[in-house]
Design a protein around this ligand. Structure first.
Ligand code: MIC
Ligand code: SF4
Length: 643
């Protein structure tokens, strides 16, 4: 039987296990990426492992999140990252060089390779025909040390694309359509693979937009074939030599199938506050728009920005709308500056931001109270913009530009002639902001500012778990709920004692104080708990506050792995009705926890307050059980030596 592309790439990197959906496999990792907000922790963990030089083919450290320097913290972190990279064989992409996923696609991604990145949008590189997976920083540290990455072998969803995008409809609309069909839970435990006649017309950056936002499906990753488009892009980036053709076999099969006819697709928008609340732009015509933001790792490629510039050229943005734009990389920025498109944008009244995540992670540009903000980004979780009551819509650059001109949600097909752009045959190539690893690493001193606090020590698991329910939350809780980002909190990413004061503050401001007063305890959640970002701080900071177990209806993949990595037990209700029977403050006891998890998948929990007993489940592998018992992956890796 023929193989699909996922089976081919995973198969050629298999270190252990079999490709049977759901069973544990380990894969060898060729490349890693980190960004600054997760990177400081990842490199502290890497240092703690005692490996002198990374064992991957390429590892790159980017700085793109913590760019607003309102105090010494971020600048100190940048310096730490630069020196630690130089010392350990890692490329360093300096602040100003662009958003990690955009730059990686341009300068490092290569077909057929595997990558692990400490950012949930690492799958962007799937647009290049890679299996690129987002994970917690600790998993990335282990991969840099040469360790394999463990995951549940995914099911593969085949998305067949037919037809061709019509004018004013773009790659963003394709992924919004997939989100509409599959929802934010639909990709959990799956890899989404694109194939079919519609693929050939999509450029690599357009494919990157689609695989990027596959993260919002909860998918392990998404992948496109490597074909003539891939060769063309690599050639234009001066990297044709890494090209190799790659595709599913003719007779390949998939565990699930979807077909999308690109001819029929219309401009779409994800409404507040979830990326899967998708409707046509037409249906929302007339909604007043207060802010438009163009950029982020989803939609900030050269062609995206050029198209917006062409739409706005010679016009003025509506006086009631604040319009901001961040080019995805220095390459894009320099090219639009050289060809005059930047002048067109400035002339139209666009506020030009530096090439970074910026407003996508709440680093500035918080909209006005109650604002409607249209963004070409990938997440519209409540509060993420920095304004609690803002209503954020996710749209294509075309739809964003149309609203910038009219001040209202407008189907871009109504605003005139479609500016067509070919991807250039040559991008401007200048890697002067990528610092290669030091020639003499011994002479490099790693510089640590006062914001870099030692890693908290996890304790091995106790004989029994006893504690109060510290918090009870509903479905689809995101890591932005658990560990918010934004300009105030993000600079504390390398300071766990300080950042832990912000855990769950937007859900329940009393949570950190309560957790400390009660000496830790247990959190109860609904389904898809921990969706969104890969930030391991959403596990690490609760661990620091003494959280020992989580009981939910289901977990999102990366967050569950992070919980295990930091020794927190992820459990699910055997009978979901039990969720309704427990309350904040109930005291729960799990006796002989080690014996119970070793004996099978069911664990008995006593609710002492309600005098009830109920059953929860775990699906931990023997390796994961060991990790939790030893107090997390770092202890485990030190014990067993990375290899
Ligand atoms: C995000 O988009 O939420 C982030 C910030 O890029 C995160 C990583 C982080 O929290 O540092 C992600 O997506 O993994
Ligand atoms: Fe940066 Fe936003 Fe992309 Fe996260 S989603 S990497 S914050 S641009």
């Amino acid at each position: 039987m023929g193989k699909n592309l996922t089976q081919k790439i995973l198969g050629s990197h298999l270190a252990s296990g079999e490709l049977v959906p759901g069973s544990e496999i380990a894969i060898r990792i060729d490349q890693t990426l980190t960004q600054d907000a997760t990177g400081t922790m990842a490199y502290l963990q890497f240092e703690a492992m005692g490996v002198p030089k990374v064992k991957t083919e390429i590892s790159v450290s980017y700085v793109d999140h913590n760019m607003l320097q309102t105090g010494f913290e971020n600048a100190d972190d940048h310096r730490f990252l630069q020196t630690v990279a130089a010392k350990h064989g890692i490329y360093f992409s300096r602040p100003g060089n662009g958003i990690c996923h955009q730059v990686h696609l341009e300068r490092f991604a290569a077909p057929g390779k595997t990558m692990l990145g400490s950012d949930s949008h690492t799958p962007t590189a799937g647009g290049m025909g890679m299996i690129a997976i987002g994970a917690g920083g600790l998993d990335v540290a282990v991969a840099m040390g040469g360790g394999a990455f463990y995951l549940a072998a995914p099911k593969v969803v085949g998305v067949k694309l037919t037809g061709k995008l019509q004018p004013w409809v773009s790659a963003k609309d394709i992924i919004l359509e997939v989100l509409r069909q599959l929802t934010v839970k639909g990709g959990v435990g799956k890899i989404v693979e694109y194939y079919g006649p519609g693929v050939a017309s999509l450029t690599v950056p357009e494919r990157g937009t689609i695989t990027n936002m596959g993260a919002e499906l909860g998918a392990t990753t998404s992948v496109f074939p490597s074909d003539e488009q891939t060769r063309r892009y690599l050639k234009a980036q001066g990297r044709e030599k890494v090209w190799a053709p790659l595709a599913a076999d003719e007779d390949a099969t998939y565990d699930e199938n979807i077909t999308i006819n690109l001819d029929k697709l219309e401009p779409l928008a994800a409404k507040p506050h979830s990326p899967d609340a998708v409707e046509t732009v037409k249906a929302q015509k007339g909604t007043k728009v207060d802010q438009v933001l163009i950029g982020s790792c989803t939609n900030s490629s050269y062609v995206d920005i050029m198209r917006v510039a062409a739409i706005l050229k010679g016009k003025t943005v509506d006086p009631s709308v604040s319009v901001g734009l961040s080019p995805g990389s220095k390459q894009v920025f320099q090219m639009i500056a050289a060809n005059g498109a930047l002048a067109d944008l400035i002339g139209a009244g666009v506020r030009i931001l530096e090439s970074a995540c910026g407003p996508c992670i709440g680093m500035g540009q918080a909209p006005n109270s109650g604002a409607v903000s249209l963004r070409t980004f990938n997440r519209n979780f409540e509060g993420r913009s920095g304004t609690a009551d803002a209503r954020v819509y996710l749209v294509s650059p075309e739809t964003a530009a149309a609203a910038a001109l009219t001040g209202y949600m407008t189907d871009p097909r109504e605003i005139g002639e479609y500016p067509t752009f070919e991807m250039p045959d040559h991008f401007l190539l200048d890697d002067n902001m990528i610092v290669p690893p030091a020639q003499a690493p011994d002479q490099v001193e790693v510089l640590r500012g006062p914001n870099i606090k030692p890693l908290p020590i996890a304790r091995p698991m106790a004989e029994k778990i006893a504690g109060e329910i510290l918090l009870k939350v509903g479905d689809n809780i995101t890591t932005d709920h658990i560990m918010p980002a934004g300009a105030k909190i993000l600079p504390l990413r390398s300071n766990i004692p300080a950042i832990s004061e912000h855990v769950f503050v937007r859900v329940d401001p009393e949570f950190p104080a309560r957790a400390k007063a009660k000496n830790g305890g247990i959190i109860v959640g609904g389904s898809n708990y921990g969706q969104g970002s890969s930030r391991e701080h959403a596990a690490l900071a609760p661990m620091y506050l003494g959280v020992k177990a989580l009981i939910t209806k289901s977990f999102a993949r990366i967050h569950k792995a992070n919980l295990i990595n930091f020794g927190i037990l992820p459990l699910t209700f055997a009978n979901e009705a039990d969720y309704d029977k427990i309350e904040l403050g109930d005291k729960l006891v799990i006796d002989d926890i080690k014996g119970q998890i070793a004996a099978g998948t069911e664990v008995i929990v006593r609710n002492e307050t309600k005098d009830l007993v109920f059953t929860v489940k775990h699906d931990l592998t023997p390796r994961q059980i060991e990790i939790i018992e030893e107090g997390g992956l770092l202890n485990y890796t030190k014990e067993h030596a990375a290899g």
